[in-house]
Design a binder for this molecule. Structure first.
Ligand code: SAM
Length: 214
């Protein structure tokens, strides 16, 4: 396991990003809400979420849900706790990276990540960890922005803006081929939809969403 990289809790960009994700939560609901309601429908009592940020997904969870939050960015934790209080979620935060989850093998029915695989240092390792902790037939639900079609205008914009975006949004890759990674991991079944979600955040227009079953 590659443990050489640790999460860099940046004292300036960390709080700024926590603030941005908090104030964007209503807008993110407008962008993603209908898809999330479908993907989270019928979720079990206990969920593991990788990179929950300030808790954007809690509004779609049933009251009383036990949420194990794998969130290495300590600057997200305060708002994460506030969201849990607001939505009646039983929250356990683990300041761990998705590449090094300390949960037991084959123990959970439902794992979530939204807009996270773009940011983790090693997405393949993170996906392997997700698969490892899922029970057989357990479900991984995802919404992720992905690399645009080769030679498209969107690909040009993603490559152009990648460096400053990656710096400001603490490691987010505009042009990561997360679709290919999801396909390579060997889930028993992958229900994946590719689509464009138009918003002012042009680099993250190309996206995938769906469910992977172990
Ligand atoms: C763009 S935010 C998305 C937050 C939230 N999931 C949402 O949909 O609004 C990316 C999140 O991934 C977290 N993150 C970054 N690297 C991570 C890693 N290696 N493991 C787990 N989470 C990570 C960040 O701290 C941040 O909370």
């Amino acid at each position: 396991m590659n443990m050489s990289k640790e999460f860099n809790n940046n004292t300036i960009r960390g709080p700024i990003n926590a603030f941005i994700f908090k104030i964007l939560s209503g807008y993110l609901d407008r962008l993603f809400g209908s898809a999330k309601r479908v993907l989270f429908k019928g979720h079990p009592e206990t969920i593991v979420e990788i990179g929950p940020g300030t808790g954007a997904n809690m509004r779609y969870l049933k009251k009383g849900t036990r949420l194990i939050a794998i969130e290495p960015n300590i600057y997200m934790h305060n708002n994460l706790k506030k969201s849990a209080d607001r939505y009646g979620i039983d929250l356990e935060i683990k300041s761990l990276m998705g590449e090094a989850i300390d949960l037991p093998d084959a123990s959970y029915d439902f794992v979530v990540s939204t807009l996270v695989l773009c940011s983790v240092h090693d997405p393949l390792q993170c996906l392997q960890q997700i698969k490892r902790i899922l029970k057989p037939s357990g479900v991984f639900v995802f919404i992720e922005h992905v690399r645009a079609r080769e030679n498209s205008v969107l690909a040009f914009i993603q490559n152009l803006i990648h460096k400053p975006w990656h710096w400001f949004f603490e490691g987010c890759h505009t042009n990561r081929d997360t679709k290919q990674l999801l396909e390579s991991i060997g889930f028993t079944k992958l229900e994946l939809e590719s689509y464009n979600l138009y918003s002012p955040f042009i680099p993250i227009i190309p996206q995938v969403r769906g469910r992977a079953i172990k």
